[in-house]
Design a protein around this ligand. Structure first.
Ligand code: NAD
Length: 250
């Protein structure tokens, strides 16, 4: 058996994107530590990986510190859809902010490279379409989506300050809408809504007049983007938009 190339931790590894990332990293021969508290993730998502000799699962909440020896960290832990992140908004902000502090503190201590799963939501309710990384956004700190949007913005701030102040190697990827196997059927987002309604033979719901735009990226392509961003030179911290550049009306 090949010796594992790197020890890589994936927080939120039992979620939709995290489980695909764990699979991809195992395929490349790495040693993968999947950390998750199963808030929105599930054991079913990683069941097929549990017997893999290079896969380890740890049930842990990233709002608490964690000390493990790893070479790279992908920080994905955070509920991602409005229905989930608005369920306990205080915990959502804590997960983004305390989670970022804990992962950056760990990265600093063990000199690991750390990737942050940020989001297109850092642009808020954007006035520019499509949004380039140089756009600072049009945001609201007090609304019901702010626990997610502002939590992710603060996490980005922490990533860049750990980078500037402590020399931590960071990669910030701003993820746009992604779809694929193991996405949550009840996350209230358009792809899952359409598929679930179609499977039930129910009418398809369009919000408004359907003229609002979305971009859709297949999960394998997104994960390819994560791995490629992580592999860029250390002087490229991001932020980088990761997703499909095309926007479509519904
Ligand atoms: N799916 C998308 O289209 C999309 C878009 C933009 C950003 N993102 C970001 O990508 C990441 C993964 O999203 P996803 O779609 O896979 O969502 P998901 O809900 O399937 O996965 C998130 C995972 O994080 C875990 N988690 C939540 N809070 C935790 C905590 N405090 N400690 C440990 N684990 C915790 C959940 O149990 C879950 O397994 C999130 O950070 C999300 O903000 C996703």
């Amino acid at each position: 058996m090949l010796h594992p190339l790197k020890r890589i931790m994936v927080t939120g590894g039992a979620g939709f994107l995290g489980s695909h990332l764990c699979e991809r990293l195992l395929e490349e021969g790495h040693d993968v530590l999947c950390v998750d508290n199963f808030f929105t993730g599930s054991k079913m998502n990683i069941e097929h990986l549990l017997d893999h000799p290079h896969f380890e699962f740890m049930r842990h909440d990233v709002t608490f510190p964690l000390y493990v020896e790893v070479d790279e960290i992908y920080n994905l832990a955070c509920p991602a859809s409005p229905v989930h992140y608005q369920f306990d908004p205080v915990q959502t902000t804590k997960t983004s902010v305390h989670g970022a502090i804990n992962m950056l503190g760990l990265a600093k201590r063990v000199q690991a490279k750390v990737f942050q799963a940020s989001t297109s939501e850092v642009y808020g309710d954007p006035q520019i379409h499509p949004q380039p990384e140089s756009y600072w956004g049009h945001v609201n700190p007090t609304g019901i989506r702010s626990c997610y949007d502002e939590g992710k913005r603060c996490a980005e701030t922490l990533f860049f300050d750990y980078h500037r102040q402590h020399g931590v190697k960071i990669k910030v990827g701003r993820i746009f809408n992604t779809y694929g196997p193991r996405m949550h059927p009840n996350d209230g987002r358009v792809v899952s809504n359409f598929i679930v309604q179609a499977l039930r033979g129910a009418p398809i719901t369009l919000y408004g007049d359907g003229s609002q735009t979305r971009s859709f990226c297949y999960v394998d392509d997104l994960i390819e983007g994560f791995v490629r961003l992580m592999a860029t030179d250390d002087h490229i911290p991001g932020p980088r938009n990761v997703g499909d550049p095309g926007e479509f009306t519904l």
